[in-house]
Ligand binder design. Structure first.
Ligand code: TRH
Length: 356
């Protein structure tokens, strides 16, 4: 089938990250014809840059306007149109769909949440005045939700255990063999400085890998002294491709992640993590975090529950670090559990079944 995915980058990288990962799953695993129309192609291209050229060539990355400027659209009517995160389709694209004889279905791909209410709304119709069938699709952890984006599927703890990506080689030689590795990708509001200072007094060595922009968050680029203990080594890396970032997560002992895509990849890497959830004005993120922790910690001991809930709400590391080994074991078990629940192929496969 032919898929048109519409991606508007509201902020950050998550919108592009999800659309790209979905497109590659549909194309490489399910053999679908996929185009992405995106209002910020450079960002999308940056994320996609790490993959095999043959895979990239199969997915047609187009600027947003090409969806209605393209004179060939009449012969390229899609079977499925995805509006990622409720981005409205361009009027002129919609107008072209309305005059074609074959009508696609439109799917509004929602944000990932562990909240239970989504199963009542997942795959429900959203009747439109223009008459083209449109449905809500809710990614989720539950069996009756839309599933999770798994590609590339992490098979075991040596997930993506290929060679160090070229772009990370200069950082990798600086890592200390006995130090624990922590990667950091969070939003500006995180109390990072205090968190790092506390981690530095834990009596262990930690190599901290700051993803693009995070040195600035800490004020390092502005020359501010951090006064961190020597047990910590801070290493800044540039923006890397999505595949390289997946690899990085799999190589760290602990990850701080955010948004939606890195949040899921940290789980699939089977490592403990802090999810710095996207803050919403109405504090809806608090319910989302609580719903996730309910699922994630369902089988955990009371001690581990206390440690994880504390860590995820930015308790200082000394309050929970003693539980790190138990948390690491739990993370591996959680990954296995997730993959079992998504044995049907997860989000891409569920979308395909729904649309077919
Ligand atoms: O960037 P995010 O915060 O994205 C989003 C957006 O804010 C979006 O509007 C919001 O709706 C959503 O969160 C909940 O975090 P996320 O989802 O983890 O996406 C980041 C993507 O960027 C992910 O695919 C990994 C990728 N990435 C790289 O490819 N290279 C890098 O160096 C880094 C740090 C990330």
């Amino acid at each position: 089938m032919r898929w048109d995915i519409f991606c508007q980058i509201v902020d950050n990288y998550g919108d592009a990250g999800i659309c790209w990962r979905l497109a590659r799953s549909l194309s490489s695993i399910h053999g679908q014809d996929v185009r992405i129309f995106c209002d910020d192609l450079p960002t999308l291209n940056l994320l996609a840059s790490g993959v095999d050229e043959s895979l990239k060539q199969k997915i047609d990355l187009q600027p947003w306007e090409a969806s209605f400027n393209n004179p060939h659209l009449a012969v390229e009517v899609p079977d499925i149109v995805i509006e990622a995160f409720g981005c409205a389709l361009p009027d002129r694209y919609l107008a072209k769909l309305l005059i074609t004889s074959k009508k696609p279905i439109i799917i509004n791909l929602e944000y990932l949440t562990a909240e239970p209410w989504i199963v009542d709304f997942h795959a429900k119709a959203s009747p439109q005045a223009h008459g083209i069938a449109k449905y809500f699709f809710f990614p989720g952890f539950q069996e009756k939700a839309g599933g999770l984006l798994l590609d590339p599927i992490p098979e075991d703890s040596t997930v993506l255990a290929r060679q160090t990506p070229e772009i990370l080689k200069t950082t990798w030689v600086k890592l200390r063999p006995n130090a624990k590795r922590v990667s950091i990708f969070c939003y500006p509001g995180a109390p990072l400085r205090k968190w790092l200072e506390d981690l530095g007094s834990a009596g262990e060595d930690f190599d901290i890998i700051l993803t693009y922009g995070h040195a600035q968050l800490l004020g390092i680029n502005a020359g501010q002294a951090l006064n961190l203990p020597t047990t910590l080594q801070l290493l800044s890396i540039p923006f890397i491709s999505q595949d390289e970032y997946d690899w990085l997560l799999s190589q760290c002992d602990f990850n701080i992640v955010r948004g939606e895509d890195s949040f899921l990849r940290a789980q699939l890497a089977g490592k403990p993590f802090i999810w710095h959830i996207y803050p919403q004005e109405d504090r809806a993120h608090e319910a989302k975090l609580a719903a996730f922790l309910d699922l994630y910690l369902d089988m955990a001991s009371q001690d581990l529950k206390t440690a994880c809930v504390g860590a995820m709400t930015w308790a200082l590391p000394h309050e929970w670090l003693k539980s790190l080994d138990a948390w690491s074991a739990h993370s591996k078990a959680w990954r296995t559990h997730l993959l079992e629940k998504q044995e049907d192929g997860g989000l891409a496969a569920r979308l395909l079944r729904f649309a077919g």
